[in-house]
Every structure is written in C-alpha cells, then in structure tokens.
Design a protein around this ligand. Structure first.
Ligand SMILES: Cc1cc2nc3c(=O)[nH]c(=O)nc-3n(C[C@H](O)[C@H](O)[C@H](O)COP(=O)(O)O)c2cc1C
Length: 214
C-alpha cells in the first residue's frame, strides 16, 4: 500500500470574499461555471457528482452531465428506472457536487429533485445525436445484462428499425430539475484557511449568506 501523507497542494489561485459575491447563488454559480467552462484546462466543466440516498440508508454517488441551469435550478438527464431513478422515487433529495481542481473550487448543492415536464425532455432528446438517442433506448440502465453483445445486438436491430425514422423518447428516459435550497461555494486558500460561503434558502424565499470555517 502507499502512504500519501506528503501529497498536498498549496491553494493560492483566487479568493471568495463577501464583497465579491452575488446575492443570488444561481448568479454566483453562473460566474463560477463560466470561469470553468471557458478555461481550456478544465475538461468537462459540466460534469457533476450526484448523490442520492438508497433504501439501506447509504448515499450513492455517480457523475452526470449538467445540461442546463436556470434561476430555478440544475437539469440533468438519465433513465428514470436506473438505480438513481429508483432512489429519487423514494427520496427526492440529492446532493450535487462540482470540483474544478484547476480553479481550486468546489460547489456543494442540496436540492429537491423533480422530473422535467415531458415536452422539455422530448425537446432535449430530439436534439441529441442519433447514436446517443439509440443508446438511451438500448440500455436498461443499472440492470444486470448477460454480456456486451446484448447491447451491440440490440443497437444493430434498432439501427435497422429506425433508419430514416424519428426515434421517440423512451418513457423512462428524461430530465430532472434539481431545485437548490442550500449551495456552498468553496475556494481553496493558503494555509488551509479556505473561503467557504454558504447560501441557505429561507421561508420568505430570500437567500441567507454566511461564511463557514474551513
Ligand atoms: C463524466 C460522466 C458523465 C456522465 N453523464 C451521465 C448523464 O448525464 N446521465 C446518466 O444517466 N449517466 C451519466 N453517466 C453515467 C453515470 O455515472 C452512471 O454510471 C449511470 O447513470 C448509472 O448510474 P446509477 O446506476 O447509479 O443510476 C456519466 C458518467 C460520467 C463518468
């Protein structure tokens, strides 16, 4: 095994001070997301971890791609029958997490999830390349399958079936809107005295802003 005790980095690229932040966390998110997505050293800025709670009481995390964000929240697409889909069915709370090491930043979001209206999922599905559309139809996401050929053969059959035809969105595939009620922005700083600014949604729908100890 390996000892990693001496593996540490000095964070010194930026800072997050009260006089620089936006009043609304979605605006603050927009600023940071643009910094990440416009930085050529950040690959897949829109990749985020999503943790859901499973029936055994243990959270489970996987990466998905953020496909849009609005004042309301964050949108990603997946299979509603997947393991995450089933977890969300019984507990619609999730934690979303971004980490952009190049920028020495992380964002932690607690949110309530709801399915996107079907017409929005349809619109996004139809905008995807045909290969991705077929992939979504072919894959019974999260289920045990016999082997890789199971997927490849199904794909070949569907490619023939849908030649020159529009592929309908499978009912069990679509978007989730994650509506945040807590968002923390973390900026790495020297000497482990990092900046942590947390926004918490209040009953009157205003956001309370506080600084947390690192
Ligand atoms: C960078 C990255 C992006 C991904 N994006 C998605 C996505 O947008 N939607 C999705 O369903 N799975 C995506 N996946 C696959 C998921 O991580 C996961 O394997 C899949 O959704 C099944 O998860 P589950 O069994 O926990 O439901 C992505 C994986 C990676 C590594």
């Amino acid at each position: 095994m390996e000892n990693l005790h001496d593996k540490r980095k000095v964070y010194e690229k930026s800072q997050l001070l009260e006089n620089q932040i936006k009043e609304n966390p979605m605006e603050q998110f927009r600023n940071w997301f643009l910094d990440a997505s416009e930085n050529p050293d950040v690959s897949e800025a829109n990749a985020m971890a999503v943790s859901t709670l499973e029936d055994d009481g243990c959270p489970r995390t996987r990466m998905v791609l953020l496909k849009s964000y609005t004042w309301e929240g964050f949108v990603f697409y997946t299979n509603y029958n997947s393991r995450k889909g089933k977890a969300i069915e019984s507990n619609n709370k999730a934690c979303l997490h971004f980490f952009w090491p190049t920028l020495e930043r992380q964002i932690i979001i607690k949110a309530d999830l709801e399915r996107l209206p079907e017409n929005l999922s349809d619109g996004y599905f139809q905008s995807r390349p045909k290969g991705s559309q077929l992939g979504a139809v072919v894959s019974p996401q999260s289920e045990v399958i016999p082997d890789r050929d199971f997927l490849e053969n199904k794909l070949k059959d569907l490619e023939k079936e849908f030649v020159n035809k529009e592929i309908p969105r499978p009912e069990n595939w679509g978007g989730y809107l994650a509506k945040p009620y807590e968002i923390e922005f973390w900026q790495g700083r020297p000497n482990r005295l990092h900046d942590r600014i947390i926004y918490e949604l209040q009953d009157d729908y205003n956001w309370k802003i506080s600084r947390l100890a690192p």
